[in-house]
Design a protein around this ligand. Sequence first.
Ligand SMILES: [Zn+2]
Length: 182
Amino acid sequence: MMHRCLLLCIFALVMSDEKTRMAAYSALTEFLERKRLRKTSERFHILDKILSMPGQFEVEDICKAMADDAYRVSRATIYNTLSLFDECGLIRRCPSTDTRARYERAAYATSRFQLVCLQCGKIKDVKDAELARQISARRYSAFHPSEFSLMVYGICSRCMRHNKKRTINTTNTESTVRIKKQ
Ligand SMILES: [Zn+2]
């Protein structure tokens, strides 16, 4: 029983890591396409290294991690890639008095926005890079955010059309009744 629980826990951890990785990959892909930049294997390899960093990291850490994989990439490329990831909202530069830039993963990597219809219950996933960036830039005392989710409730366009039709039909029936009464 204990063994099974442990296996389930490990499975859940692996799944959430994979989910984070997929979300980060799709955010980067979308960003590069939007900016008309090349989807080089280097950029995705650097992203993988960032996702494996436990906390804050600096350019040197990425250089070392890439070298450990025998992946030859210049320091300038890593600098440029990190500033690109910062712009994309995947990482953020940590405020520091030091001249050396330190980064950390932004909550955007695992964030999600959903639109929920109160009438039919349909849930739609949407992307809002700008809002995600603003939320992930927020800081809270004695708390380190790792991800977030935002649900916006309302009425979907299908239900809105349906309601409009129903209102028209009801109005028509009412006027028919009124005509009959006269
Ligand atoms: Zn609906």
